[in-house]
Design a protein around this ligand. Sequence first.
Ligand SMILES: Cc1ncc(C[n+]2csc(CCOP(=O)(O)OP(=O)(O)O)c2C)c(N)n1
Ligand SMILES: [Mg+2]
Length: 732
Amino acid sequence: MTTPAELDRHFREAAGGLPGGLPRADPAARVRAGSRLDGVTLLAIFDAQAESRHLDFAARWMQQQGGGYYTISSAGHEGNAALAAALRPTDPALLHYRSGGFYCARARQGSEVDPVHDVLLGVAASADEPIAGGRHKVFGRAELGIIPKTSTIASHLPRALGVALGIGRAAKLGVACPWPRDAVAVASFGDASASHSTAVGAINAACHTAYQGIPVPLLLVCEDNGIGISVPTPPGWVAASFAARPGLRYLAANGCDPVAAYDAAAQAVELVRSRRRPAFLHLSVVRFLGHAGSDAEAAYRTAADLAADLARDPLVATAVVLVGAGLLTPDEAVARYDAVGERVRDAAERTLSSRPLASAAEVMAPLAPRHPWRVAERASVGPDRAAPADGPVTLAQAVNLALGELLGTYPAMCVFGEDVGRKGGVYGVTKGLQRRFGPARVFDTLLDEQSILGVALGGGLTGLLPVPEIQYLAYLHNAADQIRGEAATQQFFSAGQFRNPMVVRIAGYAYQKGFGGHFHNDNAVGALRDIPGLVIASPARPDDAAAMLRTCLAAAAEDGSVCVFIEPIALYHTRDLHDDGDGGWLAAYPAPDAHVPAGQARSYGDGTDLTMVTFGNGLRMSLRVARRLAARGIGARVVDLRWLAPLPADDLLREARLTGRVLVVDETRRTGGVSEGVITALTDVGYTGQIARVTSEDSFIPLGPAASAVLLDEPTIEKAAVSLLHTRRTRG
Ligand SMILES: Cc1ncc(C[n+]2csc(CCOP(=O)(O)OP(=O)(O)O)c2C)c(N)n1
Ligand SMILES: [Mg+2]
């Protein structure tokens, strides 16, 4: 492996040994005939490259001192400083983890930000680090328009597409956006990452959108060093994959040559900015210092490969141009590089004594801020709240009316997903909304859940209030990381400086009378329940659904909350509760000031023998069972959780203590379902009475009548209720 010391020595020897004695050039002049790059800009690029290189050295030194926790370097990729120089500092950027050059270059474009200080604090995991506050080492800064991303490669590309689309949409809707309407969204990534399904999906979605003539000001930048950790990318693959995609302009350049990189970047940026169409900039680069500090590169790379990379060192290449153009002498180039090195080393020494995050409370402070009073205030006002329905409504009608009411209340709100626009949703829940609010606010997307959520993620950053729909719960799972790894972490990894408010509506749960099999009857919520900070609403009744949707929108607008709103398909059009024609499942549309605070349950009945804790379809089954139990002389009360996160712990404890016997009625799976959380929550808050649970089986759901064999049903609930009472009696 090329060590930091070797890399350092190589630069001084190569730059110091360049032929000097050239006449002095005017820094305002172009550095090369036919190029747009001038001397002032190239000097700034060189400074940024040198800063980035010395930061990589410093990170390793800090690790050796026991005060550095991140060693993935930018060495070899510093050509991305030229990309930053070709962009405006007001162009939102989501950057590859080798973007030291870009970061340093952008910080020098008129801001007060000291990039050296920022990066070193990140390496030290310092609480004073300005973007993630020590929660991760990321490239990000609100002042620099750099949106931090996670370590999950390519997972930022759907979001980047969302930002690109959001810029135009926000302008169209008159919504305040942090970036100007002619901004270009830029997203960079590695060559191996370009083959990740998330990248492929997002790029496809960008092409699909541009192909329809919709503006997509997105610049995709692949920094191709030919390898992903130890696995080579087949030579030519990136070009073969992306050079001829419909709607996507492809440009390639040697990313180690600052002039070629700058000119190609400038051309790409201009194209994207003026035509509002996506472009793919393919920069060939090299990788020094292995994948990360611990990587024994010699095990999988030859000495000849390493030497070939060294010969392409982008810092040397910049020095060659500077010296060749008469902007610096060889000695000045080395001295300038050394001066940066000294400054970075001094700063690194000081950073070793920086302050780490000290407590769970400090770590978690920005995770999911909650201001229930402000949410309540926002949820209960609205100009368009004149009773939208006269008589009682179904669940589907209530959600439809609430969406209409909320679109009228929040000018930044957008409703989108597969089939939600023209058709009005598979179950008619979004019917009429596009006609009423227009296709800029209610629209169909392509069939890709990852991209749907990406549009929401980026939309939130551009000032929109996204309400994406996932057509069925089972289809969340192929895109779950966009909620788990992206949406839910945004405030955490940016100390609250960036947020992606959203309310993800998902049609879910089972009881479709055998239709559709597992994928239209999925009852698994485990993948959502453990996501820190996520709000999960699970309404069962029409009035609750409308009021809870108000809460979710208000929480998203006020706190940037990420909310998932699970709508029970089987109850969408249900009208009756006990008997045909009783209309017991219909409800009056809630009053304008009604909302349901997150984590507040709803109770039914006043029985003193048994508390049934449930939600969703379980509520209807439990209410029906409760009536049969009453006929047998057993008084049951039924509690609808309404929120699966946060669980209504206080309400639960109160209702449980009223009877001392709890039966959890959970339509989800026995393992990883809701009942485990309810029982644990009760135990945690000190409940000592009896508890039992009934659930669906740990199974996928089969097609046809066999579905009922694995799903929780009323006889099972009734039997468990009776048996719980019996147990109590015999035990005395
Ligand atoms: C989804 C995902 N899978 C695996 C990893 C582990 N990982 C981190 S970097 C990397 C290789 C990326 O290679 P490339 O995209 O070429 O970027 P480079 O490091 O070469 O700049 C892998 C596999 C990850 N971060 N994310
Ligand atoms: Mg690579």
